[in-house]
Design a protein around this ligand. Structure first.
Ligand code: COA
Length: 343
């Protein structure tokens, strides 16, 4: 029997229409357009209107991915959903989306790998498809983060970074031509390799404490007063770890597949800070035109950054069949990872 590979058949995205500029934020807290652009590259981000949920935002992204793949959500036999900002504390958005999209009673798996959600999700989808446990998987990454940010001076280091958005992929098991799995050296399409890493010693360096079981009472008035309901970060330590781990992941995947950085046609990195991506790009020795960034428009949409980049790169004709594409992520946990794909 021919081996199968996991081919991305369709990718879509959706962002809210409300644009929030750096200038808008400077009216709420002590910050400036210059500071934000210089330190992060971000010019604006999108925030949902009150009442829009993470699963709401995901639905149009899924519809776009399915239309591009020429399938309906009901044609998928598994859903994998990644978010740090679910509709409810539980259940996750996987089951909520199964219902909203009118899908069959398929397995709905939620992934909690924060900014590495797409990389972990694609690695997991690939494993299920190659094991023959699914034939067509819907991978959804969606975040509504604007309501959890502390938009006062106290939270300004985090509040200027994040935005809302969603991305989705339809991934299919495809029989490999001439029995050849994609290797990076041949023309077979699909996911070639994935790397996932974690270091939980960094858990409290980028986290949201409450609600959670480390808080006696799970969530209390004290959680509200102290700001524990907002995300917190040690920005400098996170920055350094992001550069180191993304570089390490890319180098490991390139080396174990016998590839040079110059063999990669397009890198789709997580969008946390333009300076992080620039440092990684320079250290890898990849030219600027081979790295896709859109943090300027959307800020950090956590799990959704990479699929939004993928969808926009597809629309702009920057990602073409036959190309070698690399995703690269780092996020809270800490988690990090990389996928290598023959598009
Ligand atoms: N506007 C204006 N000033 C701000 C500010 C804001 N929004 N946020 C922080 N500052 C101030 C700080 O208070 C500090 O002031 P001080 O020097 O008087 O103490 C100064 O700016 C410098 O802060 P610092 O944290 O050293 O800045 P930085 O150059 O490290 O940039 C980040 C801050 C957050 C942009 C950067 O650390 C970063 O991008 N970290 C990683 C982000 C990331 O990857 N996050 C998610 C991973 S998935």
């Amino acid at each position: 029997m021919n081996p199968v590979s996991s081919v991305v058949r369709g990718v879509g995205h959706h962002v809210p229409s409300k644009i929030v500029t750096n200038m808008d934020l400077s009216r709420l807290m002590d910050t400036s357009d210059e500071w934000i652009i210089e330190r992060t590259g971000i010019r604006e981000r999108r925030f949902v209107e009150e009442g829009t949920t993470t699963s709401d935002l995901a639905v149009p992204a899924v519809r776009m991915a399915c239309a591009r793949a020429g399938v309906e959500p009901q044609d998928c036999d598994m859903i994998i959903a990644a978010t740090l900002s679910p509709d409810y504390f539980f259940p996750g958005i996987g089951t909520v989306l199964q219902n909203k999209l009118g899908m069959k009673n398929v397995p709905a798996l939620d992934i909690r790998a924060q900014c590495s959600g797409l990389v972990y999700g694609l690695a997991t989808a690939d494993a299920y498809l190659r094991a023959g446990l699914a034939k067509r998987i819907l991978l959804v990454c969606s975040e509504v983060q604007s309501p959890i940010l502390d938009k006062t001076n106290r939270g300004r280091d985090m509040a200027v970074l994040f935005g809302d958005g969603a991305g989705a992929l339809v991934i299919e098991a495809q029989s490999c031509p001439e029995g050849q799995r994609p290797t990076g050296k041949n023309t077979s399409r699909g996911v070639i390799d994935s790397l996932m890493g974690s270091d939980g010693s960094g858990a409290q360096l980028l986290f949201l404490k409450a609600p959670g079981s480390t808080t006696v009472g799970f969530m209390t008035q004290q959680s509200l007063d102290s700001g524990d309901i907002h995300p917190k970060m040690d920005g400098r330590v996170v920055f350094k770890n992001a550069v180191t781990r993304m570089l390490e992941a890319a180098s490991t995947v390139l080396e174990r597949n016998g590839l040079q950085p110059s063999d990669i046609d397009l890198v789709l990195p997580h969008q946390a800070n333009l300076r992080i991506n620039e440092a990684v790009r320079e250290k890898l020795g990849i030219s600027e035109d081979k790295v896709f960034n859109n943090i300027q428009k959307y800020g950090n949409t956590t799990a959704a950054t990479i699929p939004i980049c993928m969808s926009e790169a597809h629309e702009q004709g920057k990602i073409k069949e036959g190309q070698l594409v690399m995703t690269l992520a780092f996020g809270a946990g800490f988690t990090w990872g990389c996928n290598l794909i023959r598009w």
